[in-house]
Design a protein around this ligand. Structure first.
Ligand code: SF4
Length: 720
């Protein structure tokens, strides 16, 4: 019977509402939800083809529908029952924990999991097993934004809402190709520009992307020089008297120290380091500082960097110095890459976090979470973050890995190390909706999970808005919801690790809608009194409309904008200027590796293409992988469009067609992140077979956020 179900798009952090049309067990259509405040009915090319990705025959063929076990690596996996699969997983984890301790296991999760999924995994690792080795591909996405917010504003809370785009007089877009990565939000920027032609837009990016096309001022900075640019802007603000000393005195600390640092960042030095004209530095600074309201939008260009936290903090410094925060149309607004990187942070689903924005390093926070969960303690030893976790597995320290809803054998940097880790680990569980990802090849045990259109739960988008995700069709085959798989494993494991005690996972597995709600209710209780307090929300209220946090008990709606009162969640209520230093890239280009390689998204593809790659129409925009280079670099290397070239970094090499592009500056190159081993083969410096552009990228990471520098590797490019 035909029916319609409201849910949320699973692709990006805009978090658009969708209406799914279904008939029996078939998803037949999708359209934008006109009532959803993130998109008011709009969808981009990816969102509007969701139903095709769900119904394509190739999608069904690619699905993992039953538990599978591989008796020996390299063999084809064979189907097993859930009972056998769980038994093997429990037996292996118990043996590993007893022989090597709880830190010998690790969980690697995903910003595409729902909040409920994340919550149960986090409790399973930190509450039951006693390890903080829980990290996620959100480490590759938003951890620098988290570190930047905490360092300056005191909490991981994006202060803005999408409506601020309509109120801004200046929009500073830094390290974000919003037009492709967050298309529906970009339509809103275009609308704001059309409605208010005096709106000034600045775009700062080494690539002249489609987003730069809308800008009044484009700053083509050299890769990795953002902190120098942002410090230079503060230098000019000080010189011109554009800082707001009254706001600084009333609401901040640490400005004098920062002043000393930015004094060195003269316009000459900034122009030389960043590769921009001095007059453009002055123009950008004037637009930012003198507009009535300035909104910054930023994403992976700032985050995926060995200076990621410093870049984020240096940008927030500008907002604090000019009082461009806490009012409509103003503030530093990080755009979330994945659909639920926010929800994962909320439940503490990372190696250094605990539930409800609590810090692992804080003994009081650990005690609060232990009390909430009913366990004696939460371990204090920091867990391994993404890069550290795979390095530890490659070194033999982590012996059992549980990977859920993500494909590190394609998406992690420095693929040679990741693949060594997956080969060396004694037991690899991959919990997935699709059987075709590169990581599945390494699994000893494959556990089939539900996916979009089948799942129930919640996600949180970039503007702190919690939306329901609802099932339009029944779970196919033997698939289970991600949280339910983790809870079932937890039930069986706790019988071995803490026999006779009450379960830590009291969620109904028979009625999974009720079970998911019970998980969410427990998460909700954990937020009471915290900055992200959602005790005023319920599944029933979220069924009516998506809501923004915080929304405390008794409140009828969430908070659209934070810090309007000038009070920040720090000990003294004041924001802190971050006195961060400019540091060069982890790997600067040099004579042997003379090109800067940048990686990123295409408009019509998503991650490793397990979903978007199943329909032909999404290849209409870009049909095949290529390395884009400046036309003059092609001439210099005697290359023609379409020639095969070998792109080599210190870690590996891939062969790919070259394409001349006006978007890419001289001595730079760009390769989209989406194509995996079947399209973009390569090898490591020792001859190991590798996959995709991450054969080349570096795992060097930011010391504060531990986010790797996926946006830059030094490479050489020669004709293949
Ligand atoms: Fe989905 Fe993002 Fe497109 Fe919205 S903008 S439809 S959330 S991919």
């Amino acid at each position: 019977m035909a029916r319609e179900t409201k849910s949320t798009c699973p692709y990006c952090g805009v978090g658009c509402g969708v209406v799914i049309e279904s008939d029996g067990d078939q998803i037949t259509g999708v359209r934008g939800d006109p009532d959803h405040p993130a998109n008011f009915g709009r969808l981009c090319s990816k969102g509007s083809t969701l139903h095709l990705t769900a119904s394509a025959p190739i999608t069904h063929q690619a699905r993992l529908l039953h538990p599978m076990r591989r008796a020996h690596r390299g063999e084809r996996p064979t189907r097993v029952s859930w009972d056998e699969a769980m038994g093997v997983a429990v037996e292996t984890f118990v043996r590993t924990i007893r022989e090597h301790g709880p830190d010998a296991v690790g969980f690697y999760l995903s910003g595409q999991l729902l909040t409920e999924d994340y919550y149960v995994f986090n409790k399973l690792a930190k509450g039951l097993i006693g390890t903080n080795n829980v990290d996620t591909n959100s480490r590759l996405c938003m951890s620098s934004a988290v570190a930047g917010y905490k360092m300056t504003l005191g909490a991981d809370a994006p202060p803005n809402c999408y409506e601020d785009i309509d109120h801004a007089q200046c929009i500073f877009i830094a390290g974000s190709n919003t037009a492709w990565a967050h298309p529906v939000l970009f339509r809103r920027i275009e609308d704001a520009k059309a409605a208010n032609p005096s709106l000034k837009i600045i775009c700062c990016d080494p690539r002249r992307t489609e987003t730069a096309g809308i800008a009044d001022l484009y700053l083509p900075i050299q890769p990795g020089t953002d902190v120098m640019l942002l410090h230079g802007m503060l230098h000019v603000m000080l010189w011109e008297g554009w800082v707001n000393y009254a706001y600084i005195a009333a609401h901040t600390t640490g400005f004098d120290e920062l002043k000393n640092t930015v004094r060195e960042c003269t316009p000459d030095l900034v122009a030389q380091t960043c590769g921009i004209r001095k007059e453009d530095l002055f123009k950008a600074t004037a637009m930012f500082a003198t507009s009535a309201t300035t909104l910054s939008l930023y994403c992976q260009g700032l985050n995926q960097s060995s200076s990621g936290a410093a870049k984020n903090a240096a940008l927030i410094n500008l907002h604090l110095a000019t009082a461009q925060i806490g009012k409509p149309g103003a503030g530093p607004f990080s755009l979330t890459g994945q659909p639920n990187a926010m929800g994962g942070r909320e439940v503490g689903g990372m190696a250094n976090l605990l539930s409800a924005h609590r810090d692992l390093a804080d003994p009081a926070h650990r005690a609060e979470v232990a009390a909430l969960w009913g366990v004696p303690t939460v371990p204090d030893k920091p867990g391994k973050t993404a890069v550290e976790m795979f390095q530890a597995a490659a070194d033999g320290q982590i012996k059992a890995l549980w990977i859920a809803c993500t494909n590190p054998a394609q998406s992690m940097p420095d693929q040679a190390t990741v693949r060594r880790a997956l080969e060396r680990a004694e037991f690899v569980v991959v919990q997935e909706a699709f059987a075709t990802t590169a990581t599945c090849e390494f699994a000893d045990l494959l556990l089939p999970a539900t996916t979009w259109g089948e799942k129930t739960g919640t996600v949180t988008n970039s503007e702190r808005r919690v939306s329901r995700v609802r099932p339009a069709i029944a779970k196919p085959g033997g698939t289970r919801h991600d949280w339910a798989i983790a809870a079932e494993f937890g039930h069986r494991l706790e019988k071995k690790l803490r026999p006779g005690l009450a379960t830590l996972f009291p969620y109904s597995l028979a009625d999974e809608e009720l079970g998911a709600q019970a998980v969410w209710n427990e998460h909700r209780e954990s937020t009471r009194g915290r900055d992200l307090d959602i005790t005023g929300m319920s599944y029933a209220l979220l069924d009516d409309t998506p809501l923004q946090w915080p929304m405390r008990a008794g409140e009828s709606q969430g908070k659209a904008r934070l810090y309007e009162d000038g009070v920040f969640p720090t000990d003294d209520g004041k924001a802190r200027f971050a006195n961060v230093a400019y540091r060069p890239l982890a790997e600067v280009r040099e004579s042997r590796y003379p090109f800067s390689l940048n990686t990123g998204r295409l408009r019509d593809q998503w991650h490793g293409m397990s979903r978007t790659g199943t329909i032909g129409r999404l290849f209409g925009h870009v049909a095949e992988p290529s390395v884009q280079m400046h036309p003059q670099d092609l001439l210099r290397l005697r290359l023609a469009d379409g020639d095969l070239v070998q792109v080599t970094s210190k870690r590996g090499s891939i062969v790919v067609p070259v394409q001349a592009s006006g978007e890419v500056a001289l001595s730079q190159a760009f390769i989209a992140m989406h194509w995996g081993p079947e399209f973009l083969g390569g090898c490591s410096s020792t001859g190991q077979r590798l996959a995709g552009v991450n054969a080349l990228t570096t795992s060097a990471y930011c010391p504060s956020s531990k986010q790797p520098e996926l946006k830059h590797a030094a490479v050489k490019i020669i004709k293949a």
